[in-house]
Design a protein around this ligand. Structure first.
Ligand code: RIB
Ligand code: CA
Length: 314
């Protein structure tokens, strides 16, 4: 079977880097046709540079990277250097990229590529605020029904939020974009923090990854060692959720996830809960079940597969 064609929209971010490396290490199943970047964990100039660093680390400078929106649709950008470091990829020792960004804006790239592709062929994987995809849907609504699926890292329900008590970071940064995507009618699969908090990367797993010896594996482990420092004081555990990689894991092994089709809405009005993904887990509203909600992952096969694929890179 031909590899599934995906576009990764991202704000690297160490966990974004893992998701991208995991995908590029799986060429038999996934074809990354392009990467689009957005302001999120760090400002757009850095997320774009980091995306170039990651494709070069993977030995795949042929994967085109398009810079997108520097800020959310309505609100001001909120960044997360406190987690990811000033560069957004602290912990890794990667050279300045020599590969140039593409000249086309990411939103124009998304519209053009989705309109040119056969209907139902492309999946967009969003790993940061969904500004680019929402802007593309606004620019050309026809792309909504041409997409196969949107698989996103964002949101949560049973675990509440990680940016506020109610909202997860990606949705909180641009709740209006998320609202547009969830409400658009495109098939959505959501890897929220309910799911990603069960994908806990341990120091032992990182040591095993590093021991495989490939440069990509070593640099990935090094950036993860930086990334997991933040959580150690917050969660009193050395094991940290590798959030964005859960999107790639779903594309490769959907059967290792507990999942349920639910109605999901995004709060864009309440000051206390703006950015909350309201998951109708027990179907009490009777609303359209617009989202496949990933609730839990089986960590053993997930981490075994991710180690295998990242260590297959140069
Ligand atoms: O809440 C986790 C999400 O926010 C991840 O995508 C991480 O990279 C940050 O963007
Ligand atoms: Ca991210």
């Amino acid at each position: 079977m031909a590899p599934r064609k995906i576009i990764i929209d991202t704000d690297p971010g160490q966990d974004d880097a893992f998701a991208i490396l995991f995908a590029l290490g799986s060429p038999g199943e996934l074809e990354v046709v392009g990467i689009t970047t957005v302001g999120g964990n760090v400002p757009l100039a850095l997320t774009s540079k980091n995306a170039l660093k990651v494709v070069e680390l993977a030995g795949r400078p042929d994967v085109p990277v398009y810079a997108g929106c520097p800020a959310p649709m309505v609100r001001k950008l909120i960044t997360a250097e406190y987690v990811h470091g000033e560069t957004g990829l602290d912990g890794a020792d990667l050279p300045e990229p020599v590969t140039p960004l593409q000249g086309e804006h990411a939103v124009n790239y998304l519209v053009r590529t989705i309109m040119d592709a056969p209907e139902g062929e492309l999946t967009v994987c969003t790993l940061g605020p969904m500004t680019n995809l929402a802007m593309a849907m606004t620019m050309e609504p026809k792309i909504i029904h041409r997409l196969r699926e949107v698989v996103l890292m964002g949101g949560g329900f049973f675990q509440g939020g990680n940016a506020t008590p109610a909202a997860e970071f990606n949705i909180f940064v641009d709740p209006h974009a998320a609202h547009k995507v969830f409400d658009s009618g495109v098939p959505v699969t959501m890897a929220g923090i309910d799911c990603t908090y069960t994908a806990l990367m341990t120091p032992e797993w990182l040591d095993a990854l590093r021991a495989t010896g490939s440069r990509a594996a070593i640099e990935a482990a090094n950036m993860a060692d930086f990334y997991r420092q933040y959580g150690t004081h917050k969660f009193a555990t050395a094991a940290r959720p590798i959030h964005d990689a859960c999107v790639t894991g779903y594309l490769l092994a959907p059967g290792i996830y507990e999942q349920r089709q639910c109605a999901v809405t995004v709060d864009i009005v309440s000051p206390e809960t703006i950015g909350m993904t309201v998951v109708d887990w027990w179907h009490v509203t009777g609303r359209r079940k617009n989202c496949n909600v990933l609730r839990r992952i089986d960590p053993a096969p997930f981490f075994a597969l991710m180690l295998e694929r990242i260590s297959a890179l140069p």
